[in-house]
Design a protein around this ligand. Structure first.
Ligand code: PLP
Length: 455
């Protein structure tokens, strides 16, 4: 149902008062923000009643699609029962305890690194701040306080707080605010299309790219390295899917030097890659897992860190009080929504559906885009996809940066009722996992239309 909204009034209030994140505000004031008013299934509508197919699941979070009444019911019931209570002073609440147990049950048992414990926050950024605090505390407790350095990767996205943006490898973020903070350093990303050497196979490149970690560990001094943090695949950096050889080699290296492995699964967990967790897809064993976004389907903020036994044992048995936490750690309403959301995912077998049905269907359809004269490569992993816009697919000649071809394409997407994201010259998707085959076809037809308009 179309909700009557005075678009001009909302735009005026917006530009007078709302400082939007990651936005050129002067530019936005000149254009006026598009006012999004409602959503259902895989579609969102604006205040002029224009429908758009949301191929980004909001911001990689609405994995179960829009309009799930049971999530609203879970929130409403919990608000009427216990809307809030803290978990600082020897109290807990029912949904927070149940959700922690549920997450522990969903994570596959990987021996010493099994996950039985959860630390809650309200976002991915906060969770990564918690990771920094936790890994440094861990090494302090083990009598190795010199182990402070956390190694990350260029083009990674780990959030927007001081620690999150420092862990991330975005140059334009580092340029604002004197980042990274001390003790965080970066290696190259496993982006074969851009960094593979002439004649090098993807698998050889994967091993070579993982080797940059060992080089960095030796440069810093292995005894000073606390952890390596990485997304299973780089999401916000443009859906950079590592070659299959990459993660086994990373695992070998972190094990060799005994450093902790943090898997930032803010995008990749909860079915996105066809498993409950992204590390299952690539077959490695992290010590800590960052989660947020799709844990609640994006219906309410919740994040956290799943803490593997290796770390939890030390924090619990040797640590005393860990002087860290948030007012909303274990928020009962957010945890109740997360439990209802995981119920939906289990009942509809969304991870399995992505792995065995809609994921392969999307992969076949998406690969067809490589026949388009603008597309250098088009690939998916589970239910994320990325394609590179090039001037010449044969020679891989790039567009000049000042052309901003991704933004041009994104403009055509908006005009054609499709929400796709541009990251430089890459166009990316992360649609709701509930999509039918017909909806995938509809999305692909829209993508082709937008590519044609850009060409
Ligand atoms: N980590 C990863 C891998 C992300 O993709 C994001 C957000 O996109 C974050 C952390 C930050 O999460 P939030 O925006 O909830 O702070």
């Amino acid at each position: 149902m179309h909700t009557a909204v005075d678009t001009q009034l909302i735009q005026a209030l917006d530009s007078a008062h709302f400082l939007h994140p990651f936005t050129d505000l002067k530019d936005l004031q000149a254009r006026g923000a598009r006012v999004i008013t409602r959503a259902q299934d895989i579609y969102v509508w604006d205040s002029e009643d224009r429908r758009m197919l949301d191929a980004m699941s909001g911001l990689w979070c609405v994995n179960v699609g829009y309009g799930r009444k049971e999530l609203a019911d879970a929130a409403s019931q919990q608000m009427m029962t216990l809307p809030y209570y803290n978990s600082f002073f020897q109290t807990t609440n029912v949904p927070a305890a149940k959700l922690a147990a549920k997450l522990a049950a969903l994570a596959p048992d990987v021996g010493e690194r099994s996950f039985k414990h959860v630390f809650y926050s309200s976002s991915g950024s906060e969770s990564n701040d918690s990771n920094v605090r936790m890994v440094r505390r861990y090494w302090d407790l083990l009598g190795q306080p010199q182990r402070k350095t956390i190694i990350s990767r260029m083009n990674a996205y780990h959030g927007s707080t001081m620690a999150g943006a420092s862990l991330g490898g975005m140059r334009d973020m580092h340029a604002q605010g004197d980042l990274p903070i001390p003790g965080i350093t970066h290696i190259g990303q496993p982006y074969f299309f851009e960094n593979g050497a002439p004649g090098e196979s993807a698998e050889d490149f994967g091993v070579r790219a993982a080797g940059w970690l060992e080089t960095k560990i030796l440069e810093v001094g292995a005894e000073k390295v606390a952890a390596f943090i990485a997304e299973p695949l780089q999401g916000a950096g443009g859906v950079i899917i590592p070659p299959a050889s990459y993660w086994p080699e990373i695992q070998r290296i972190v094990d060799k030097y005994g450093i902790l492995l943090i898997s930032d699964e803010v995008i990749c967990a909860f079915g996105r890659l066809g498993h409950w967790f992204g590390y299952e897809k690539f077959g490695y064993k992290p010590d800590l897992i960052t989660f947020a976004k799709a844990i609640t389907g994006g219906y309410i903020p919740l994040g956290g860190v799943m803490v593997g036994n290796r770390v939890a044992k030390v924090l619990i048995e040797q640590g005393g009080e860990f002087t860290h936490g948030y007012t909303y750690s274990g928020h009962p309403v957010a945890c109740a929504v997360a439990l209802a959301n995981l119920d939906i995912m289990e009942r509809e077998n969304l991870p399995g559906r992505v792995r065995d049905d809609v994921g392969p269907y999307l992969a076949r359809a998406f690969a067809q885009l490589e026949t388009h004269p603008l597309v250098g490569v088009a690939e998916t992993c589970g239910f994320v996809g990325g394609l590179v816009l090039v001037r010449n697919p044969q020679t891989r000649e790039k567009f000049k940066a000042d052309l901003n071809v991704g933004m041009v394409c994104r403009g055509h997407c908006f005009a054609n009722g499709l929400i796709m994201r541009a990251v430089g010259d890459r166009m990316i998707i992360a649609p709701p996992l509930t999509m039918t085959h017909a909806q995938i076809d509809e999305m692909l037809a829209l993508i082709v239309k937008c590519l044609d308009s850009t060409y």
